[in-house]
Design a binder for this molecule. Structure first.
Ligand code: HEC
Ligand code: HEC
Length: 163
């Protein structure tokens, strides 16, 4: 290496060192600016927003689907999707609004399909004369369908027997 290219090398090294130094200073200053001075309250925005811990946020309204024709199933064992609004339909220990229309006795008047006979079987295979406790909370399995775009792409395909 001749003395001329050696000088260039030194100059390059100096430039690199200078740039690194500037970046380091920048980072330091930046870090410094984000740090609150003692006594200043730290502002952190959580999902509950600025609502104090001893208060509740108003629940966000659930978008109710409108009534529509029953949806096709994607596989035969699928719990069918709910094709109607279920706004204010209560399912409590003493009362099940869904059974108001879907119970065997009610379906003739309501025009709603009867709950499946499988819903009378306990997990041990015992047949009951009323809806099985494990099928009592209908919305555990039956949900309305929205036409929202999938958040993540997928290659799911309807079961071949239903295509
Ligand atoms: C006021 C009567 C009524 C009530 C209450 C009701 N439904 Fe329905 N439901 C219907 C009727 C009528 C249909 C048939 C709609 C059609 O065929 O167009 C239906 C259809 C359905 C279907 C579609 C079945 C299929 O084979 O596609 C499901 C699932 C369902 N309801 C679930 C529920 C659930 C869960 C609840 C309670 C949260 C509920 N329903 C409350 C009247 C009712
Ligand atoms: C643990 C999940 C689960 C729960 C809870 C449940 N279901 Fe189902 N439901 C299913 C599945 C799975 C099917 C389809 C296969 C079958 O018939 O068992 C079905 C089928 C149905 C059908 C269609 C019946 C037919 O002949 O095509 C109706 C109507 C229905 N359910 C209503 C209800 C109602 C009303 C409730 C609450 C009282 C309820 N289900 C609770 C899983 C559930």
């Amino acid at each position: 290496m001749n003395s001329r290219s050696f000088r260039h090398l030194l100059q390059d090294l100096a430039r690199v060192a200078l740039a690194a130094g500037l970046i380091a200073v920048g980072v330091q200053q930046h870090g410094h600016a984000a740090e609150p001075s003692p006594g200043t309250p730290v502002k952190i925005q959580s999902l509950r927003g600025g609502t104090p811990l001893d208060q509740d946020n108003a629940p966000t309204p659930i978008r109710q689907e409108r009534d529509h024709a029953p949806s096709d199933r994607d596989f035969v064992q699928q719990p069918p999707l709910i094709p109607h609004t279920i706004s204010n339909y209560q399912i409590t220990k003493n009362y099940n609004k869904c059974m108001d229309c879907h119970a065997f006795q009610k379906s003739k008047d309501s025009g709603a399909p009867k709950v499946s006979v499988t819903h009378f079987r306990t997990r041990d295979g015992q047949e009951l004369d009323n809806i099985s406790p494990r099928r009592y909370f209908c919305t555990q399995c039956h949900v309305p369908q929205t036409d929202a775009k999938p958040l993540v792409g997928n290659t799911f395909q309807r079961a071949r027997g239903l295509q």
